[in-house]
Design a binder for this molecule. Structure first.
Ligand code: GDP
Length: 466
């Protein structure tokens, strides 16, 4: 598990700028899916060699307008409660405001590290800018300029030093064959998640292992069905809520992230009566970003008229047309119809997420793809793709090496992805094709220069020599 940092602060203090700056390096690695609006609520960052997840609470129901001035919306509050570390951004130019004092009061109650980041300090005397914020009683203060990037490296180091030692999931827990396919059920509140989980764990299943996991609030339930074992990961307490509604579920982006992170295959539940909403797409984006395999369950299919069903099919095709490889299964969690039909696509997704294609096969496919359709020219040179090998599973990664491979434009990259996907018959999992320059597949430079950077470098070297 990676540590989670919640980023809080009033509007306009520079949260998105800092967020983008801290997550930029990692975001480049996340595949872009045409048709998906990027959710900027969270991002991955690598701070001082440690991976972490940054959650921007700014986008979360702030300013819920009930006439009461409150420093944080409910969702932001939940995110702060669940995070390992809080990053509180204040405006060094505006100085301390009443809102800040209120927030400080709330944050002091937390039993976790709070780092106060004083932004917009460029051109200011840092000591003066920090001074008034010291009165809030926090000891970890950092002057930065998010737009200029000043102070962000020191900030990253200070944060990383405060990362808790999170229990790395033991290999036994993760890879144990007897644990079967690890699944998580994800979806907006009220789409029918707990109904589905209860259905999955229904009477005819043998629950073989049911206890709170070692990883904080994650509960793992292992069960058997027709001789196969499955493990359901429940970080949102979906199961505990059971059939009775104690209280309305608060959607938590952190819980969703944790569930996705721990699962191999995610069942994304949507509500047939509402179609695919933007929040559904955000969840889908989260699953794709984490590279997890998935199946979409369209719940509450019962009681729909033939017209509604037809409309639904069309609407689902339209909104999910950028992930044509995802299996969409109509179900009624309430009545149990279609729930059993989730298992075959779950199995296909799992098998696809852990493909056993070797280097020979991948190279054969690469040659066929390149023969059928040459890579484009870059300047006067044609890109040459020479060699492919497997680079990872869940998500499957295929590494392709070649001359100027990193200059392959988007459409050709998608052509390669689709080609590999078809040839390997991958269903229900994202696939990453990583293009690396250089002919030698074993010369893995961690950070190869782009073609343009190389040209620039050569140009600069000429100046150096003169
Ligand atoms: P969760 O918040 O996603 O866990 O949703 P719940 O499982 O608590 O379900 C929310 C509401 O939808 C409850 O009133 C359920 O009875 C109802 N519901 C769940 N699945 C179905 C279904 O397949 N059909 C119908 N008609 N209602 C359902």
């Amino acid at each position: 598990m990676t540590p989670v940092i919640a980023l809080v602060g009033r509007p306009n203090v520079g949260k998105s700028t800092l967020f983008n700056r801290l997550t930029r390096s990692r975001d480049a690695l996340v595949a872009d899916h045409a048709g998906l609006t990027r959710d900027r609520q969270y991002g991955h960052a690598r701070l001082a060699e440690r991976d972490c997840t940054l959650v921007d609470t700014g986008g979360m129901g702030e300013g819920e307008d009930d006439g009461v001035a409150r420093p944080m919306g409910e969702q932001a509050r939940a995110a702060v409660d669940e995070a390992d570390l809080v990053l509180w951004l204040v405006d060094g130019r505006a100085g301390l405001t009443t809102g800040d004092e209120q927030l400080a009061h709330d944050l002091r109650q937390l039993d976790k590290p709070v780092h106060v980041v004083v932004n917009k300090t460029d051109g200011l005397d840092e000591d003066v800018a920090l001074a008034e914020f010291f009165t809030l009683g926090f000891t970890r203060l950092h002057p930065v300029s998010a737009t200029h990037g000043r102070g962000t490296r020191q900030l990253a180091e200070a944060l990383a030093a405060d990362f808790p030692a999170l229990p790395a999931e033991s290999d036994a827990e993760n890879d144990a064959e007897e644990a079967g396919i690890r699944m998580a059920v994800l979806g907006r509140p009220n789409v029918g998640k707990s109904t589905l989980v209860n259905r999955l764990l229904g009477e005819d299943r043998v629950v073989v292992h049911d206890e709170a996991g070692t990883t904080r609030d994650a509960i793992r339930v292992r069960y058997e069905r027709r001789g196969e074992t499955y493990t359901l990961i429940d970080t949102a307490g979906v199961r505990r809520r059971g059939r009775v509604h104690e209280k309305v579920e608060k959607f938590s982006v952190i819980q969703a992230l944790r569930a996705v992170e721990q699962a191999q295959v995610v069942i994304l539940v949507v509500d047939a009566r509402e179609g695919i909403t933007d929040q559904d797409l955000h969840l889908l984006g989260m699953i794709l970003d984490e590279g997890r395999a998935l199946v979409v369950a369209v719940n509450k299919w019962d009681g729909l008229s033939a017209d509604q069903k037809a409309w639904n099919h069309k609407e689902l095709d339209r909104r999910l047309d950028f992930v044509p490889w995802v299996h969409v299964q109509p179900i009624s969690a309430l009545h149990g119809t279609g729930v059993g039909d989730l298992y075959p696509p779950i199995h296909r997704a799992w098998v696809s997420a852990f493909p056993d294609a070797g280097t020979n096969q991948l190279n054969r496919i690469l040659r066929q793809l390149v023969d059928a359709h040459q890579p484009p020219l870059v300047g006067r040179h044609r890109i040459k793709l020479r060699y492919a090998h497997p680079g990872g599973t869940n998500p499957p990664v295929i590494v392709v090496h070649g001359n100027q491979a990193e200059a392959v434009p988007g459409p050709y990259r998608r052509y390669l992805e689709n080609g590999f996907r078809d040839a390997l018959q991958l269903e229900g999992t994202p696939l990453r094709v990583e293009l690396r320059g250089g002919d030698n597949p074993y010369a893995h430079k961690p950070n190869p220069l782009s073609a343009r950077q190389l040209r620039r470098r050569r140009r600069l070297m000429r100046h150096v020599k003169r």
